[in-house]
Design a protein around this ligand. Structure first.
Ligand SMILES: [Zn+2]
Length: 205
């Protein structure tokens, strides 16, 4: 049984998702914008964090996470893993709160990679560029984590540095093709969409 908990950053509104399987102490995160409450959970062992992209609001808590879990694996596209090291690239510099993450245990993801979580579940990693060149979306069973590549009911922002409208259109088609009945959508901002009507989930370009 997969349990997902959403934590919204009080200022940036970005979502961080905690994934727990059955009652195991091992856990994983999708993004790490706001980890304060995760760090308070007694006995939890966060094994890895899967980044949807490098923007500061999705990585702001990474360094605190690493202090608590020095062995943690950071997963992401090559672009994302490069940009988290550079405050100008991840845009945190321009918000007067530079975030630079220098961590050795990183795992570069390619489109279609499958990573085991706890030997029982797998996470499928998909490149969904457009909002940003390094964007990835993730699927575990019928749970779809889209970051800022798809927020139901909201157009994808492609105006930031590295954004690309054409790539975004291709990625939205890809995401649309993945949506099946009974799916739960966990976007990078806003609420979780549980068991939505499929027609409500047509991506906006
Ligand atoms: Zn973003």
């Amino acid at each position: 049984m997969i349990q997902v908990t959403r934590y919204e950053h009080p200022e940036f509104t970005s979502n961080t998702y905690l994934i727990q399987i059955d009652d195991h102490e091992d856990a994983w995160l999708i993004d790490a914008g706001f980890v304060d409450e995760v760090l308070q959970i007694p006995g939890i062992k966060v094994q890895g964090v899967f980044l949807t992209h490098d923007h500061y609001d999705h990585i702001y808590g990474l360094n605190n996470l690493i202090i608590r879990f020095p062995e943690i694996t950071i997963y992401g596209s090559k672009y994302t893993l490069d940009c988290i090291k550079d405050a100008r690239k991840n845009l945190s510099f321009y918000r007067q709160m530079p975030v630079e993450v220098l961590h050795l245990n990183v795992h570069v993801l390619q489109d279609g990679d499958l990573i085991f979580l706890h030997h029982t579940e797998q996470i499928l990693c998909m490149e969904t560029p457009g909002h940003n060149p390094g964007c990835m979306s993730y699927i575990i069973d019928k749970l779809l984590f889209t970051g800022d590549s798809f927020i139901p009911g909201h157009p994808v922002i492609t105006k930031l540095k590295g954004g690309n409208k054409e790539l975004n259109a291709i990625s939205l088609k890809k995401i649309e093709g993945l949506i099946v009945q009974g799916m739960h959508i966990y976007p990078g901002h806003k609420e979780i969409y549980s068991n939505p009507e499929l027609h409500q989930l047509k991506p906006l370009e």
